[in-house]
Design a protein around this ligand. Sequence first.
Ligand SMILES: [Zn+2]
Length: 344
Amino acid sequence: MDPVDIVPLTRSLVDIDSTTGREGECGRWLADYLRGRGWTVLEQRVDETRFNVIATAAGVVGADAGRPGASVTFSTHFDCVPSFFPSRVEGDRLFGRGACDAKGILAAQVSAAEQLRRDGESRVGLVFVVGEERGSDGARVANEAARGAGARFLINGEPTDNRLGLATRGILRLKLRATGRAAHSSFPELGESAIDKLIDALIALRAIPLPVDPMLGQTHYTVGLIGGGVAPNVVSPSADAEVMFRTTSDAAEVRSAVAPLERIVAIEHVLEVPPVRLTTVPGFETAVFPYTTDIPFLSAWGEPLLFGPGSIHVAHTADEWVSIAELKAAASHYVTLARALLAQ
Ligand SMILES: [Zn+2]
């Protein structure tokens, strides 16, 4: 089998619109492409139109208990954020939605896996999921396919500028909900302002010490959404704000730190993704990353590593691009990583 040419593969993937929710066509193309190169491919259904693409070189896919599957698995996602725009190449830069996050990464992983296979290594697998950009529904389903397959290491790809991740932050989303009593604003003493309570709570939040981790640093947060009130001349009966913490330790620590706010507002739990400590291999530049990935949902695929070409700073932009030289370098780094892990 010929070596994989990363640029045309990336462009073929980028040119199929796979904005989250519409990944079906891209998944079919990818599954056919891998079958054509001799991979055993499972199209793992996630909903009526969307599926993950899971492939092994060993001919064993999914929870086939008792049979050895891939012990090193490359993974990333093939859904993209909006808006779709097709590929183009200018010098060393490959532009297009998903070029950086994460179709270029996917192509580099396929290229690496193919090189390993050409060298006679059959203990490699591929897990390409849908839905990473909105709730990780693909990864949650993909976790089921790993059970009993003997997976030891997961090399997950997200843009890390070709550095190995040491750790990623988690997420805790909380909704602060204030309740008041409506009144005509000419008699504010007859009402109770929910907006005032919410403001008090948000100001109090600023003074609350949040957990600090030696590796990941200070927990920080964003008040990303705020709403409330009914009209300019009505004392507000209700108000709420959604606060997103980027956690560095167990989210329970944040929850107990903010618990005193419950004297003013109700606190609702919206979503939690834990921070992750990653496995590393000597000889690579390393860094910590403030974002979360699919890794917490792919826990059955073995010890996680995080590595990928491209910068997170261009990932979701209107002019997304990736360096072609970096894509090619990533493929050989992926080979090195896999060999080091397979030798363990
Ligand atoms: Zn991504």
